[in-house]
Design a protein around this ligand. Structure first.
Ligand SMILES: Nc1nc2c(ncn2[C@@H]2O[C@H](COP(=O)(O)OP(=O)(O)OP(=O)(O)O)[C@@H](O)[C@H]2O)c(=O)[nH]1
Ligand SMILES: [Mg+2]
Length: 348
């Protein structure tokens, strides 16, 4: 007999029964993650997205109790819209499963606010991976949670690792801020290129060399194969002249057809080489530590800012000055100066 508070997922697994999501307690989450329960992992990530204070504090409590997990690899996958990131992740993720790995996919998609269909899009494009028991696929977080997306993704990585997933793949559309934030939570970044990318007059931009530890020219199939090969050569030459932060590493450029599942083994080998080289030189560990410090500082700064704005005098002065600034009755320098003085008066 099942209690009132239990629901049964008959269609998924007849033996599978959990307490209703809203009733899940810390111990349920910890046990579920320990048992690699994908349903519980999904609920735990939803908990992170919640704005309800009780749920948020349960999420924080959970995060602080997660076990330290070693041997995981966090991979950012970026590239312009439509280059084939989701298709690549589906194929490469399935390849990883066949190799005995356990991939988890998270997505940061700034376009999801505008294009509500993209959540469904991600899911349908990663069908084979999503159906694998050894994998976990989480489409873009709900649009309402934008703003703290980066923090949430970082926390979701920890949850996935605690649930036994050892390859964390994070898809992000290669536009500006989200890409940079993701590179601050990953061990290595794969940049996907279209055949013909870099052919334009400006050529290959320096910025792209700085974020890529591995290049994939995707859609290297059919009539695009020759063009893809030319793109591979161009990026190969550029990488040759670019000094990578990891000593002895030159970002390789691989040809892949995500649709036809060609070239995936080379990607895995390159990832393995990168992890080996960076671990040997302690770069791997150092990078993670630097990232931890970055997020710690950022979160503390955010907290200080939030608390400071709750201080009545600061709040009212700030609002007044903003209004005066709006009326054009004060210069920005004078307004900033007044705020600085007030902050010093209150805190020093
Ligand atoms: N020919 C060919 N087409 C591909 C390949 N990979 C992806 N595509 C196609 O490219 C289109 C876009 O693929 P997606 O995987 O959705 O690309 P994406 O980069 O995730 O797109 P966004 O998330 O919208 O930025 C789809 O129509 C795919 O079928 C490939 O290897 N070869
Ligand atoms: Mg996609």
């Amino acid at each position: 007999m099942k209690g009132k508070n239990e629901i049964t997922h008959d269609l998924v697994n007849p033996d599978f029964s959990v307490r209703h999501a809203s009733q899940l307690q810390l111990q349920d989450f910890l046990l579920g993650l320990k048992n690699s329960d994908r349903y519980i992992l999904g609920r735990a990530i939803t908990l992170l997205e919640s704005k309800i204070p009780d749920k948020r504090s349960l999420a924080m409590n959970l995060l602080s109790r997660l076990p330290v997990v070693e041997g995981t690899v966090r991979i950012g996958i970026t590239g312009s819209p439509g280059v084939g990131k989701s298709t690549f992740i589906d194929s490469f993720g399935s390849f990883l499963v066949a190799q005995g790995c356990r991939p988890a996919v998270l997505a940061i998609d700034p376009s999801s606010t505008k294009n509500k269909g993209s959540i469904l899009g991600d899911k349908t494009r990663m069908l084979s991976l999503a159906s694998s028991e050894k994998a976990f696929v989480r489409p873009s977080p709900s649009s309402s949670s934008l703003g703290g997306t980066a923090d949430m993704t970082r926390e979701a990585i920890s949850l996935c690792e605690a649930a036994g997933f050892n390859y964390i793949l994070i898809e992000t559309v290669g536009v500006g801020q989200s890409e940079i934030e993701v590179s601050r939570m990953t061990d290595l970044n794969i940049v996907l290129l279209q055949p013909g990318a870099g052919d334009e007059i400006q050529g290959i931009k320096r910025g792209i060399m700085e974020v890529a530890d591995l290049f994939v020219v995707n859609k290297a199939d059919g009539i695009q194969l020759a063009l893809a090969e030319r793109t591979r050569q161009m990026y190969g030459q550029a990488a040759h002249f670019f000094l990578h932060e990891l000593q002895g590493w030159q970002s390789p450029v691989h040809l892949v057809s995500s649709l036809e599942k060609i070239g995936l083994e080379d990607i895995k080998q390159s990832i393995d080489s990168y992890v080996r080289l960076s671990s040997e030189s302690s770069y791997f560990e150092l990078k993670r530590k630097t990232q931890l410090k970055y997020w710690f500082q950022k979160q503390v700064a955010q907290e200080i800012q939030e608390q400071a704005f709750k201080q009545p005098k600061i709040k009212s002065t700030f609002e007044n000055l903003t209004r005066t600034l709006d009326d054009g009755k004060i210069s920005i320098y004078s307004a900033t100066n007044q705020m600085q003085k007030l902050i010093q008066e209150i805190f020093l």
